[in-house]
Design a protein around this ligand. Structure first.
Ligand code: SAM
Length: 243
């Protein structure tokens, strides 16, 4: 049965492309990619020759029907993003919702993910955690988002760009207090590094840091209750005001 496969790609080190992910890319009829130029480079590295089309948040009106047409013509499709899992701070959410609504099989292939790599090597508790992804890039909205989750009792994972790391950690310090954190940088690459300390300690050194980074933040240790449903509702409301 024609299927849409969600295929993770390396977050840096090309050898982390999983064998099953390669098999699927070799098997499918067409590949929907966040950025066809980047995916073409990856495919060239593995000598995979498949038709590609763009599938990202700004062309959903065209890309989703393209996937549906392929399925209707009995073709299987792989969805890939530039790095890691599609959908995780990357395009694909609306496509997967549409496919499930239409009862089209969606299969996830295992592979690299920056947040999970950072979490398990951070030394902070991993039994329960929250993946937040990117905070808003505007100070006021970011503060509101952080207020919503400040009593969350478990480890939290954020993605951030190097030019915003200082502003984001400054806001985290103001809202969370001086908690323990780990900044995981350039994972799977030559200059991979884990900076462990309190928020204020990492703030002292983060200005010069470049590359890709994940913030692993300790959860709230004080006896304060956290209402998950309320927090989710609030974050959804906030993200609606951003669009
Ligand atoms: N879909 C990806 C995943 O599954 O990890 C995440 C894509 S998101 C657009 C890109 C962000 O992920 C970067 O800004 C950075 O925060 C994080 N990231 C990606 N690769 C990384 C790496 N090698 N080391 C540290 N963080 C990374």
């Amino acid at each position: 049965r024609p299927t849409v496969y969600l295929v993770p790609t390396p977050i840096g080190n090309l050898t982390e492309m999983a064998p099953r992910a390669l098999d699927i890319l070799n098997q499918v009829d067409v590949i929907a990619a966040e950025d066809t130029r980047n995916t073409r480079k990856l495919l060239m590295h593995y000598s995979i020759h498949k038709p590609l089309f763009a599938c990202h948040e700004h062309n959903q009106q065209v890309a989703i029907p393209q996937v549906l047409d392929a399925i209707a013509s009995n073709q299987s499709v792989a969805l890939v993003s530039d790095a890691g899992y599609p959908l995780l701070s990357d395009p694909g959410q609306h496509l997967v919702e549409t496919l499930i609504q239409k009862e089209i099989p969606v299969v996830s292939i295992s592979g690299p993910n920056a947040a999970l790599d950072a979490l398990v090597a951070s030394g902070l508790p991993c039994y329960h955690y929250m993946f937040y992804g990117f905070l808003d890039n505007k100070h006021n909205k970011r503060i509101q988002e952080l207020e919503t989750i400040k009593t969350f009792p478990y480890t939290m994972l954020f993605y951030e760009a190097p030019h915003r790391i200082q502003a984001t950690l400054t806001d985290m310090l103001a809202v969370f207090g001086n908690r323990k954190m780990v900044l995981a940088r350039e994972l799977t690459k030559l200059h991979e590094e884990y900076l462990r300390g309190t928020i204020s300690e990492i703030l002292e050194v983060c200005e010069e840091l470049k590359g890709e980074m994940v913030i692993v933040m300790a959860g709230n240790q004080k006896e304060e209750s956290f209402d998950l449903d309320q927090a989710i509702e609030r974050v959804i409301e906030l993200s609606k005001t951003l669009k």
